[in-house]
Design a protein. Structure first.
Length: 213
């Protein structure tokens, strides 16, 4: 993916700094979107696509940390690099713990800034790929019939076939047939793989190891 297809969103209430950073990024081949406040960013949310946010900490209106918290609640995927002239250790620790990719002091050198941007973009692509994989797995699980969903939920919790049959009021043979269909739809060959999918989708936190065969 080229730099030109990735958008760097600069949120800073210092107009001169905002403009200077924008020019530097554009000269480095990136698309740039500039915002004078957190409120303006929220009013003009970026379109879906690769990018990251360069965010000031201390701004009039929403602070950088408040915007970070708001975006987290919205499920935003754009990594955040904080750029500030008013940073301190407690603030930087709070930002990083809340998921910020980096915390830089103004003025950052070109190499430092571009390095942070590259790492943030790399993080975006990692999260995007993970999101797509989870979406694909969710689609497979959503293809289950109602009964297959019930069997799957019990299988990945370590229930034996006879236990599942008793709980659902059916026969072990029918449970085995559903299990076979489930494995085919998930495109897996072992219970461990099915359990892994269930855990990744949050269907179970911890599953038993018995396969009931």
């Amino acid at each position: 993916m080229t730099s030109a297809s990735q958008v760097i969103h600069v949120v800073d209430d210092d107009a001169s700094f905002r403009t200077a950073v924008g020019r530097l990024l554009q000269a480095s081949g990136y698309q740039v979107a500039l915002y004078e406040s957190g409120e303006q960013f929220l009013k003009n949310p970026p379109a879906m696509g690769p990018g990251c946010i360069l965010l000031d900490v201390s701004m009039s209106g929403l602070s950088g940390l408040q915007l970070q918290d708001h975006l987290a609640k919205l499920g935003g995927m754009l990594p955040i690099v904080f750029l500030t002239g008013h940073g301190d250790i407690p603030t930087s620790v709070k930002a990083i713990k809340a998921g910020a990719e980096d915390f830089l002091s103004k003025p950052a050198t070109k190499a430092t800034l571009l390095g942070a941007v590259e790492r943030a973009l790399g993080r975006y692509h990692e999260m995007h790929q993970r999101h797509e994989r989870l979406g694909a797995l969710r689609a497979l699980v959503d293809s289950f019939t109602r009964r297959e969903s019930e069997v799957f939920a019990l299988v990945v919790r370590g229930k034996l076939n006879k236990q599942i049959a008793f709980e659902l009021g059916t026969s072990e043979r029918t449970v085995k047939a559903h299990r076979h269909n489930i494995m085919q739809k998930l495109k897996v060959h072992s219970l461990a793989e099915a359990v892994s999918i269930a855990e990744r989708l949050g269907i179970v936190k911890e599953a038993g190891s018995s396969d009931g065969e």
